[in-house]
Design a protein around this ligand. Structure first.
Ligand code: 9UX
Length: 72
């Protein structure tokens, strides 16, 4: 099943980090699509629930040095 996680991402101040988060998250197993909004401080990620989870994706973003929390 494909679900959509919306993750609040604090600490992004320019598009360089938007690109690096999108690149890293898009390569993770189970991720179908990822779009990060600098203006909205969010990441919207479509993923396969059999393979990964919102919490796992949040932790991956946190490990990149951002303060991340799962909104939906
Ligand atoms: Mo831009 Mo990322 O100043 O740490 S490179 S937000």
């Amino acid at each position: 099943t494909t679900h959509v996680a919306v993750i609040k991402i604090d600490g992004m101040t320019c598009n360089s980090c938007v690109q690096s988060i999108e690149g890293a998250v898009s390569q993770r197993q189970g991720v179908k699509n990822v779009a990060v909004s600098l203006a909205g401080s969010t990441g919207t990620i479509h993923y396969d629930t059999a393979v990964t989870s919102g919490e796992e994706l949040r932790a991956a973003i946190e490990d990149m040095g951002f303060d991340a929390s799962v909104l939906t």
